[in-house]
Ligand binder design. Structure first.
Ligand SMILES: [Fe+2]
Ligand SMILES: [Fe+2]
Length: 374
């Protein structure tokens, strides 16, 4: 008698068991399996599949003839739970790691954009570190609020080092900020560390304070930039957007104006941020802001305050766990304008030209997304 086919639940649980078994070794085959499944899903949708889940950024800044073109990649907002609680987010981070490892030419380094963990727990951060170790290139880490508020950064620092730092690479000055600091809302309320973490993770609870860079770090930033001429190319990595988008969800940096004032003397500044999990573009004076996609889930757009130069991505299909997630790349031109391409997993990429941003949306508007908006 023919054996009854396995139910979808049985098959899903078997696949899940296999993933967690493989995770113990994290061998090449595990990554390959994830990437094969991703290719199949893209092909099924008839998408011109971009092979890299990362957001490679080609930098070709000719200011003062000092910058040598190069690219770097990034992965952001993976929100890992402890092993065995959630296999989907693990799979999606592995997909990104596998994609960037197959980039040709390889990036010079990889930026991780924050929110590696979901609740800042040691096992979540360790799992993330274990998966990221499979990247072939050096990784520059940035902290997100989900990584921080359980132990105020103790475990994150143990694994990854200082959270605020700068470095120079081929003529570009890079700054990495911890922009998700909050004023103490927990002591007076007698909250436990986990209650504090869960409150911050809630975003729209109305209890926590707004994110900020904070006065000490702003002083550090001023000092760090003091040595640079006004035409020195500058790229800032920040988890929160460094502007005020939507206060109720903490898509917001409370001291954004003060930080922007520090950056104002430069001819052009690029800020690349995580946290908002969506295609998001803004320009305030000399500063161009570019949101990163999440590998875990897309956030909807806020009901008000969306920057007017943002070209909205299609509303993701709720039955496709990869839809609305993914990556992209940016090209920084000699005049400081940035062309940016979002590689949405299983959808066609969206290019946002620097001239479009500079003209306030009047020139070179990106084409509307072709696939269905759900
Ligand atoms: Fe996030
Ligand atoms: Fe975040």
């Amino acid at each position: 008698m023919a054996r009854a086919p396995k139910s979808i639940e049985t098959r899903t649980m078997e696949e899940r068991e296999r993933l967690f078994r493989d995770l113990r070794g994290l061998d090449r085959r595990s990554f390959f399996r994830v990437s094969l499944a991703a290719l199949g899903a893209a092909a099924a949708k008839g998408v011109d599949f971009h092979p890299f889940s990362f957001q490679p950024v080609s930098v070709a800044h000719a200011a003062r003839g000092k910058v040598e073109p190069f690219r770097f990649a990034y992965i952001s907002d993976s929100h890992l739970y402890e092993r065995k609680l959630n296999d989907r987010f693990v799979n999606q981070l592995m997909r990104a790691v596998d994609d960037v490892n197959r980039m040709d030419p390889a990036p010079d380094f990889v930026l991780y954009g924050g929110d590696l963990a979901q609740l800042g727990q040691p096992k979540e951060l360790e799992l993330g570190a274990e998966i990221l170790k499979n990247l072939k290139q050096p990784v520059r880490m940035m902290v997100g609020e989900h990584d921080w508020f359980l132990d105020m950064g103790d475990k994150w620092r143990d694994l990854f080092g200082e959270e605020t730092y700068s470095f120079d690479h081929k003529g570009i000055h890079f700054v990495v900020l911890h922009s998700v600091q909050e004023k103490d809302f927990w002591t007076a309320r007698g909250m436990t560390p986990m209650e504090r973490m869960q409150t911050v993770a809630g975003l729209d609870n109305g209890i926590q304070s707004r994110f900020e860079v904070g006065a000490p770090q702003r002083e550090w930033l001023k000092k760090d930039l003091a040595k640079l001429a006004n035409d020195h190319p500058l790229i800032v990595f920040s988890h929160s957007p460094l502007y005020k988008y939507y206060r109720n969800w903490n898509f917001w940096t409370d001291d954004a104006e003060e930080v922007q004032a520090i950056l104002r003397r430069f001819a052009s500044v690029v800020v690349i941020h995580g946290h908002t999990h969506q295609v998001l573009t803004n320009r305030i004076g000399n500063i161009h802001f570019h949101g990163m996609l999440s590998t875990a889930w897309p956030w909807p757009y806020a009901p008000e305050g969306l920057p007017k130069v943002t070209v909205q991505m299609g509303r993701p299909d709720p039955f496709d766990p990869h839809d609305g997630c993914g990556d992209g790349f940016a090209e920084v031109h000699p005049d400081g304008l940035v062309d940016k391409v979002y590689n949405l997993w299983n959808r066609n990429p969206v290019r946002v030209a620097g001239t479009y941003v500079a003209s306030g949306g009047k020139k070179n508007a990106p084409p509307a997304p072709k696939l269905t908006s759900f």
